[in-house]
Design a protein around this ligand. Structure first.
Ligand SMILES: C[S@@+](CC[C@H](N)C(=O)[O-])C[C@H]1O[C@@H](n2cnc3c(N)ncnc32)[C@H](O)[C@@H]1O
Ligand SMILES: [Zn+2]
Length: 175
């Protein structure tokens, strides 16, 4: 499982990953901004995605889904036309990003990537606002980055703390 462009050595290879299962690794130096590969698969709606991947029946979360837009998901499983991009794991300190161009998804390099380095982008799973603590465990992140958020979900929105107004000189602050 590797890809070659213009007869040169392939740009990447799919192999076992320390993060999870199989992952995609650079074989050659990949320049910042390079469009590396397309995330292919079958276009389905949310209901069909729920039918195919029932979270409640999974011990650990594992899907090949990519949300393309409102009620449109790409199933990148191998039996539905998925390709190598389906094996790219998540990192909280990603070296790649997924760029949606019209109806397609491409994986681009966010920075220069050395040979041997695993490609990863930030999955940023949407939070529902409900059961977040439970979901954080279900979507446990093993990217190993220094700034790992501990979960594949989007960072929680910080609650804005209201700054206490300092009392004007000579006045008592209201409590
Ligand atoms: C599209 S697959 C990625 C390929 C996967 N490694 C494999 O071999 O099938 C997405 C799944 O990989 C796992 N995964 C990806 N990144 C992860 C991470 N940083 N920590 C834990 N699991 C991860 C999750 O189970 C997720 O549902
Ligand atoms: Zn992480």
């Amino acid at each position: 499982m590797s890809a070659s462009k213009n007869g040169r050595e392939p740009l990447y290879v799919v192999r076992n990953s320390r993060i999870h299962g199989r992952g995609v690794f650079a074989l050659r130096y990949i320049r910042k901004g390079t469009r590396i590969l397309e995330y292919t698969g079958e276009r389905i709606d949310d209901d069909e995605a729920d039918r195919r991947y029932d979270d409640t029946k999974m011990k650990r979360h594992h899907t090949f889904l990519f949300t393309l837009g409102k009620n449109t998901v790409i199933d990148g499983a191998a039996n539905t036309g998925g390709g190598d991009a389906s094996f790219i794991n998540h990192s909280c300190d990603p070296n790649c990003e997924a760029v949606i161009t019209g109806r397609k998804i491409f994986i681009h390099a966010l920075r220069g990537i050395d040979p041997g380095v695993e490609l990863a982008y930030d999955y940023q799973y949407e939070r529902t606002g409900k059961n977040d603590a439970e979901l954080e465990k279900f979507y446990l992140c093993k990217c190993g980055a220094e700034n790992c958020r501990g979960s594949i979900m989007k960072p929680a929105k910080k609650k804005r703390r209201r700054r206490k107004r300092r009392p004007a000189k000579g006045r008592l602050a209201a409590r």
